[in-house]
Design a protein around this ligand. Structure first.
Ligand code: AMP
Length: 435
């Protein structure tokens, strides 16, 4: 019996992992420099948490959740990271410990969407949540952090789109206007948009259907309905982004999929070849009402999530040199015992060592070392065993040297450190831009 992975859920194998680690490392460094700390919350939450926070009439809750029942409780695989993070923030009364909290997470999310390039049913997000700061300075700083991260990664054709939803008052007034506008054009909308018109006209702006895009062309703009306070927040955000030199575009159609957003919304896009129609690499926004909605005090918050698969698709291929390591090639059982001890010793000193214990010929082992990209090979044959030495080959320099067995670990560590220092690029400038 053979099994296949669930449709839309991918295996990520070791040869792709280097790029994943590079991306996650750049993310952790960038957000760490801004004071974000990692939080890990469960992948499964009570279904009601997502319904309440994301919103009943959204695509995610309406059609895409993996929901099941266990011990008479309805549970859901998280479709996004904010709801669980806010649940944890409230549950542990973090607001009572500190006025401002910066958390980040990295992990898998689950949405039963139609799989295509850049759109999967299990996918990874890295995200940040900032609690306790009403902005707009914090909003600008977060958008600048994101932009810096993407720039540092070398992602081409970057665009930062922003918009403002305003607060509840703005939303109510705007929603009424929008409803009227779309009602008058109901016949030119897609069936799906027509179905959701009364419940959630805002979401039509988000539709990718060409009929809806055309029907939205002259729709009223959110930013024209902002209250005085909302407008102040928005103007200050634009000024702060301007003073930071972040290139942004105001996108009046940007409403984003989830219901909890208030005021600032943003999305980072790249049209760089491979991503195609799935060009949103990440996005987020302010959600000043959500902490209270989930039973906490009134704490303003803002956050974003990045789609790691999409970023990897947009990331230009650039394979760094492999980390130098030592391959041990023992010929015969006695040599294998020596090699086992030496490999353990080298690893204790903090260096990678790989041992071929399959009893193959020296020629075959050297081929294997080469295929793995080893820098050093420690050859232990009968001749070496007799004289209590090991032949250390440097595959890059095409050099060989005999070393007394007892000195091998220290010798290998020194050679590998030198090799690493030679291949290391100069340290990055202390600007905080990371690659
Ligand atoms: P969202 O939580 O919908 O705002 O999405 C944030 C980011 O996650 C998007 O910009 C995408 O990069 C990524 N993303 C969302 N849905 C998927 C999916 N089904 N497959 C892959 N990436 C996704």
């Amino acid at each position: 019996m053979r099994f296949r992975a669930v449709k839309g859920m991918n295996d990520i194998l070791p040869d792709e992992m280097e790029r994943w680690h590079r991306l996650e490392g750049a993310f952790r460094r960038a957000v760490g420099l801004h004071g974000y700390q990692e939080a890990r919350v469960p992948v499964v939450e009570p279904t009601g948490l997502f319904v309440r926070s994301i919103g009943e009439t959204t695509d995610v809750v309406d059609k895409e959740m993996y929901t099941f029942e266990r011990h008479s409780e309805s549970l859901t695989l998280r479709p996004e990271g904010t709801a669980g993070t806010v649940r944890a923030y409230v549950e542990h009364a973090i607001h009572a410990r500190e006025p401002v909290t910066r958390w980040y997470y990295i992990g898998p999310m689950f949405r039963a969407e139609r799989p295509q390039r850049g759109r999967y049913r299990q996918f990874y997000q890295a995200g940040c949540e900032l609690f306790g700061d009403p902005g707009p300075t914090a909003d600008a700083e977060m958008i600048d952090m994101l932009h810096g991260l993407f720039r540092g990664l070398g992602i081409p054709e970057l665009c930062v789109a922003i918009n403002s939803m305003g607060g509840p008052e703005t939303r109510t007034r705007y929603q009424a206007e929008l409803l009227e506008y779309f009602r008058a054009r109901a016949s030119s909308l897609s069936e799906h948009a027509r179905g959701r018109l009364e419940a959630n006209p805002l979401r039509i702006l988000d539709s990718k259907d060409p009929r809806d895009i055309q029907a939205s062309e002259e729709a009223p703009r959110l930013v024209d309905y902002l209250t005085h306070e909302d407008r102040d927040h928005w103007d200050n955000l634009l000024q702060a982004l301007g003073s930071l030199g972040v290139p942004y575009q105001v996108d009046p159609r940007l409403v984003r999929g989830l219901d909890y957003y208030t005021r600032t919304l943003f999305e980072v896009r790249s049209d760089f070849g491979q991503v195609g129609s799935q060009n949103a690499l990440g996005g987020g926004g302010r959600y000043d009402g959500l902490v209270a909605e989930l039973g906490g005090p009134s704490v303003p918050a803002i956050g974003f999530a990045l789609g790691l698969e999409r970023i990897l698709l947009a990331l230009p291929e650039k394979r760094p040199d492999p980390e130098p390591f030592c391959f041990l090639a023992p010929v015969g059982p006695a040599a294998q015992k020596t090699a086992l001890r030496l490999a353990r010793e080298i690893r204790r000193l903090g260096q990678r060592a790989e041992l071929d214990g399959r009893g193959r010929s020296l020629k075959a082992m050297l081929r294997r070392a080469d295929a793995l990209g080893a820098r050093l090979v420690a050859v232990i044959g009968d001749a070496e065993l007799d004289r209590d030495v090991v032949a250390i080959k440097d595959l890059a320099l095409h050099a060989q040297q005999e070393v007394p067995t007892a000195n091998v670990p220290a010798h290998v560590v020194q050679k590998l450190s030198l090799a690493r220092a030679e291949s290391r690029p100069p340290p990055p400038p202390p600007s905080g831009e990371l690659g």
